[in-house]
Design a protein around this ligand. Structure first.
Ligand code: SF4
Ligand code: SF4
Length: 362
């Protein structure tokens, strides 16, 4: 059986920083030479509207997919999820250039989270282009992922050709428990150029770029691996951004109603499930586990223990209300009781830590 291909998609930076463009193009050019890899360049993922050609293309890819962008992997994954580009979270082993320790950060458990819906049996790998300045580092990881998925295909075929137990076969046919499977990924169609809008080649005939223009956008992205569907965000936001889907699950419904630069609801979410991928603070932008070299328990950063998060959120929301010619509402609307009660607590060490992080951001 012929080896399946993986699709690599590079999401461009928002600006035209020459070093970033160079890395994007060098990596794409190197991928073009790789057997078993289809590569495309699309505009910044976060900025593409739902009907953008780049997203139509991404939705047409059925096989294993690697998406690289200038965003934290959580941001990439959940932007894609909102746009209907889904997959089981693929593990990447790429280590940042300046990370000498290579210390593993244990994934956080979120047992009450609603989880991603309708996840197909293929792997989706999300990689932050900021972790290295060298195309080689990304290429090496792409090769590893390609080999991993190619190997999985062979293993699955030999398993099917072998003698699976009835229970194993049933588990395979039913797709296994939601979000996981004891069985390997099944690359259905490794060539993503079959159904959707295929990227066209640039003037120099070398790089497959989808260059339909985009405008910068600003909206929240929900991480459903953390979200418990508590609805606190929909109560807090007074600008009609949130809604629910047909099974009453929270949804960022009217993305472009959100107020540019404002991250207020991310501070209110008790699960830290709301990401603003372009915010300057790593904790709001979707960093996981570590900020400025400090291991951080994100569950304590916003909306849980301190007054800082809630008070900031209320001030940010009031500011946007006044800018819209409306009345400020302060704590009177959409603040969960338990959080407003906690806001009366005195400052603690966490507040000092937050102040320190803000200074680092600045
Ligand atoms: S506040 Fe957070 S956990 Fe609650 S529904 Fe909104 S995103 Fe989900
Ligand atoms: S940042 Fe403000 S406007 Fe945007 S979704 Fe959150 S609360 Fe609503």
């Amino acid at each position: 059986m012929a080896a399946k291909k993986i699709t690599v998609v590079i999401s461009q930076s928002q600006g035209k920083n020459p070093a970033m463009r160079q890395l994007e193009e060098e990596l794409a050019a190197r991928c073009l030479m790789e057997p078993g890899v289809d590569v495309s360049i699309v505009p910044n993922l976060y900025d593409m509207q739902a009907d953008h050609t780049g997203l139509l293309f991404l939705r047409s890819v059925n096989g294993p997919l690697v998406v690289l962008g200038w965003l934290y992997p959580r941001g990439i994954r959940w932007i894609l999820d909102r746009q209907g580009v889904k997959g089981r979270e693929g593990v990447t082993l790429l280590v940042a250039d300046d990370d000498d320790e290579e210390e593993e950060v244990a994934p956080e458990e979120h047992p009450d989270a609603v989880g991603a819906a309708d996840v197909p049996p293929r792997n989706l790998y999300c990689i932050d282009l900021r972790v290295s300045k060298k195309a080689d580092a990304f290429l090496e990881e792409i090769r590893r992922i390609a080999a991993e998925n190619s190997q999985q295909t062979v293993d699955l075929m030999s398993w099917i050709g072998g003698n699976p137990e009835p229970a194993q076969l049933e588990r395979y046919l039913s797709g296994g428990p939601a979000g996981e499977s004891a069985l390997p990924a099944i690359p259905i169609n490794g060539n993503g150029n079959g159904n959707g809008a295929a990227p066209h080649e640039t003037e120099n005939g070398e790089l497959p770029v989808i260059d339909e223009p985009v405008k910068r956008r600003w909206y929240p992205v929900i991480d459903y691996s953390r979200c418990t569907n508590c609805m606190e965000c929909i109560d807090f936001c007074l600008f009609g951004v949130y809604g629910v889907d047909n099974v009453d699950r929270i949804l960022v419904e009217s993305q472009d109603n959100c107020k540019k630069g404002c991250p207020a609801c991310s501070r209110v979410c008790p699960e830290n499930a709301i990401i603003f991928p372009q915010h300057k603070s790593p904790a709001i932008a979707g960093a996981d586990g570590e900020v400025a070299g400090l291991k951080i328990d994100l569950s304590k950063l916003f909306g849980g223990d301190g007054k800082t998060g809630i008070e900031l959120a209320v001030a940010e929301r009031d500011n946007e209300l006044v800018n819209d010619g409306r009345e400020a509402v302060g704590m009177a609307v959409g603040i969960p009781k338990r959080q407003s009660e906690k806001s009366d607590k005195p400052r603690d060490d966490l507040d000092d830590l937050l102040d320190g992080l803000d200074d680092l951001d600045g």
